[in-house]
Design a protein around this ligand. Structure first.
Ligand code: GAR
Length: 181
């Protein structure tokens, strides 16, 4: 079975969705740099092997080296960022195949809080992007995008819900294609 490592820093709804949809076709492990992240609880429930390197306990160089060594040991076919909110070191980016999901139509609204940024900007269309990870912030080659019309008067909470629904639909599909499942 092919192996992927999902990297996540927080809630983990994308992680759980991928495990539930593809867990019987691909070997999945979780990495988090945040020992208090809710995604770790999800992994426990789903019996997914979890690796944690506590970001706050190390100097940046040390953390990067530990993470590089851990990933090298796991030798994943693909690294899947799902709400991983730290920059990866160039050494890691150069060594592995890595994809990311982002909650806007890149190149619009890169970085953090992108759903809110799009909402506050007043754009009429937003969406979700899956892209290869390079050394920039959300600048890698686009693999897939799905757009969403922002209905007049919609609340930010409702928009966030709709964006997550799209994420949960497209990320497993992209993975299936890339992994040949
Ligand atoms: C997702 O919306 C993902 O697109 C976003 O974090 C959220 C994680 O949700 N990622 C980024 O903003 C990366 N720049 P989840 O923890 O419930 O899967």
């Amino acid at each position: 079975m092919k192996k992927i490592v999902i990297m996540a820093s927080g809630n983990g709804s994308n992680f759980e969705n991928i495990v539930k949809k593809l867990g019987n076709q691909v070997d999945i492990e979780l990495f988090s740099e945040n020992k208090n992240a809710y995604v770790i609880k999800r992994a426990e429930k789903l019996k997914v092997k979890t690796h944690i390197i506590d970001f706050k306990s190390y100097y940046r160089d040390e953390y990067d080296e530990k993470l590089y060594n851990l990933l090298k040991k796991q030798t994943p076919e693909l690294i899947v960022l799902a709400g991983y909110m730290k920059l990866l070191s160039p050494k890691i980016v150069d060594k592995f195949k890595i994809i990311n999901i982002h909650p806007s139509l890149l190149p619009a609204f890169p970085g953090v809080n992108s759903i809110k940024k799009a909402y506050n900007y007043g754009v009429k269309i937003t969406g979700v992007t899956v892209h290869w990870v390079d050394n920039g912030i959300d600048t890698g080659k686009i693999i897939e995008q799905k757009s969403l019309k922002i209905d007049k008067g919609i609340s930010l909470e409702k928009l966030e819900e709709k964006i997550h629904e799209i994420e949960h639909e497209i990320y497993p599909c992209v993975l299936k294609k890339l992994l040949g499942l």
